[in-house]
Design a protein around this ligand. Structure first.
Ligand code: SF4
Length: 285
């Protein structure tokens, strides 16, 4: 990966920008984004730059970061593609992570979609602040403007078509959905990845994302107890701060109770029918 920052880059302009409209993929590190990477390697879609807005090494699921480093980045390099890693930066140029922002003692608002007592998720700023704006800032450093917008591809598959077109495009971007254009479902994406000789990546999302289904929380508790303990701790930190501010408790799961009480040890018979997901399409792809 060639960059860790959304700050202006000293590298020369990419040829696509000079002669053509700039085309990038919003790369989330999951199954659909990886299928786009394989399709680009096979020249079935016309994208060379994959932008991974990393919300933080302390926030992304570790398996996603591992897959990116061990599998996706070498595959991209071998096929002349570029996965560019971007991060949210402060005015002084230092990197800010989502977890860092959540546990800041002076924080007033909560950027992630924490759930209320009735289980409904609250408004969120995380996707916009840590992904959409980070990508937008990088595009603008490359000369992209409202007059010369970029094509930004998002990996939404046919079975998740309800997640497409939910967000108004920024003026500097034209959103594209190559998997929808090709009529591909998630299972097709997995097959494309396997046939290219790559392991299928794990689901990508922050490990503490409140959009996580109850089944996924149970799985985390059973299979990744250290991540589950971090999620429990995060929920406690958020609520301790809210108590001091005289505000209601909020939760990471939809049960309206603290995570360690709400999430029972998994039952292998549990069928997870929940469909909650990030509706912007920028997360979990
Ligand atoms: S995965 Fe969840 S918590 Fe992370 S940025 Fe996306 S919506 Fe926010």
């Amino acid at each position: 990966m060639s960059s860790n920052s959304s700050q202006p880059s000293p590298e020369p302009p990419h040829p696509e920008r000079v002669t053509d409209r700039m085309k990038v993929v919003s790369y989330g590190g999951g199954v659909q984004s990886t299928a786009l990477l394989v399709l680009a390697a096979q020249r079935r879609i016309d994208y060379r730059i994959f932008l991974f807005a990393n919300v933080g090494d302390d926030s992304e699921h570790p398996a996603t970061l591992e897959y990116l480093r061990q599998v996706a980045a070498p595959f991209a390099a071998k096929h002349g593609l570029e996965i560019k890693q971007l991060a949210k930066t402060r005015r002084d140029g230092t990197t800010e992570t989502l977890m860092g922002q959540l546990i800041k003692p002076e924080a007033r608002s909560i950027p992630i979609p924490v759930r209320m007592h009735n289980g409904a998720p609250g408004r969120r700023a995380c996707t916009a602040d840590f992904k959409i704006k980070v990508v937008g800032r990088w595009l603008r450093t490359q000369g992209v403007t409202a007059a010369a917008p970029a094509d930004v591809a998002i990996g939404i598959s046919l079975d998740e078509i309800h997640r497409a077109n939910r967000r108004r495009a920024e003026e500097y971007e034209r959103i594209e959905y190559p998997l929808l254009d090709l009529g591909l479902r998630r299972a097709d994406c997995e097959q494309i990845i396997s046939e290219a000789g790559l392991p299928v990546p794990p689901k990508s999302a922050c490990f503490f994302c409140p959009f996580k289904t109850v089944g996924s929380w149970r799985q985390q508790r059973l299979e990744e107890p250290e991540l589950f303990a971090k999620s429990v701790r995060l929920e406690k930190v958020i609520n301790e701060r809210r108590r001091l501010l005289g505000r209601d408790e909020v939760f990471l799961s939809r049960y309206g109770r603290p995570l360690d009480e709400a999430i029972a040890v998994p039952d292998s018979q549990v069928v997870d029918n929940e469909t909650a997901a990030c509706d912007s399409g920028w997360c979990m792809t």
